[in-house]
Design a binder for this molecule. Structure first.
Ligand SMILES: CC(C)(COP(=O)(O)OP(=O)(O)OC[C@H]1O[C@@H](n2cnc3c(N)ncnc32)[C@H](O)[C@@H]1OP(=O)(O)O)[C@@H](O)C(=O)NCCC(=O)NCCSC(=O)C[C@H](O)C(=O)O
Ligand code: MG
Length: 268
């Protein structure tokens, strides 16, 4: 998966690069992307070991899942992360707590990899329009974002609506992919599915995940279903140009373009 087809990525499974069992398991799970985390999921005492493990894991690969490595924020850990990612087989570098374009440029220059930038602070949300063009995509970090906005842990997503929309708008304006944040409740499949549906309605291409039991639903919900595919086919066949009636609704050229895009994505 390259910069160009990143919008096909429906599931980004994060795992601590310090956890060998999770690394092994991720090889069998069918997430579209595996993000080996060197940042918040890794204890300070494990940072060096995690970096080495991430490089080794990327070298072995994750089958059909694309490999990304999330580096630490600027500082001594990040300096060593950049060097390691540069020599690794990871396809993407992920930048945490991106506050501005400089954060992306530093990681891109230090790793030589295309970058996914995490929007997870108030300054990051406000700078997203300037950050997105330097990236292959944006990932919203809803845990850090909630903390940055002063929300209580467990607050409803309603309080994040504007930030989520600003990330989607910034990514679309730059023509790059955009991914929703994680769902922390590990044993709540219904709540997780509802949040995936909401993310899709908001315009996200896919969702960040933290557990194997979230992959199937994310892959399903962020794919077009057979009903949508059939409706898109009918719309394209019926459209003759300009404003016209289609199955009780007005359609115009942009609806044809949307339907074509949906079919192209479904084919891919
Ligand atoms: C959250 C967890 C610590 C829960 O761990 P645990 O209770 O041990 O899980 P299970 O016992 O249910 O695990 C069952 C098996 O599945 C494997 N497993 C678990 N999680 C993963 C995973 N993410 N990838 C691959 N495999 C996984 C276990 O190893 C078990 O395997 P086995 O023993 O062989 O059967 C844990 O799920 C976890 O660490 N999740 C990822 C945490 C993480 O990466 N966090 C950083 C990103 S989240 C974030 O904060 C985004 C952003 O920055 C923000 O601010 O929002
Ligand atoms: Mg975070």
């Amino acid at each position: 998966m390259t910069h160009d087809d990143l919008s096909l990525c429906r599931s980004l499974l994060f795992l601590p690069a310090s956890n060998p069992r999770a690394i092994e398991k991720a090889r069998t799970l069918g997430a579209d992307m595996v993000v080996l985390d060197l940042e918040d999921a890794v204890k300070p005492v494990d940072k060096e070991m995690a970096r080495t493990a991430a490089v080794e894991a990327a070298a072995r690969g994750f089958g059909s899942s694309v490999t990304a490595i999330r580096v630490n924020s600027p500082g001594a850990w990040q300096d060593r992360d950049l060097e390691a990612v540069k020599g690794s087989a990871a396809v993407f570098a992920v930048v945490p707590r991106t506050a501005g374009r400089d954060d992306v440029d530093r990681v891109a220059a230090g790793t030589g990899k295309p970058v996914l930038a995490m929007i997870e602070t108030a300054p990051g949300v406000l700078a997203a329009a300037g950050i997105a063009p330097a990236t292959s995509g944006l990932i919203v970090g809803t845990n850090d974002l909630g903390a940055s906005l002063g929300l209580r842990r467990g607050s409803s997503r309603q309080a994040l609506t504007t930030a989520l929309q600003m990330a989607v708008i910034a990514a679309r304006a730059a023509g790059v992919a955009v991914f929703d944040g994680v769902y922390n409740k590990l044993d709540d499949p219904d709540g997780f599915a509802t949040e995936c549906e909401e993310g899709r309605l908001f315009g996200f291409d896919g969702k960040s995940l933290i557990h194997p039991n979230q992959i199937e639903a994310a892959n399903r919900i962020f794919s077009a279903d057979s009903e949508e595919i059939e409706a898109a086919r009918r719309l394209i066949e019926a459209a003759t140009g300009g404003a016209e009636r289609f199955e009780g609704e007005m359609i115009e050229a942009m609806h044809v373009a949307q339907a074509q895009k949906l079919l192209a994505k479904a084919r891919a």
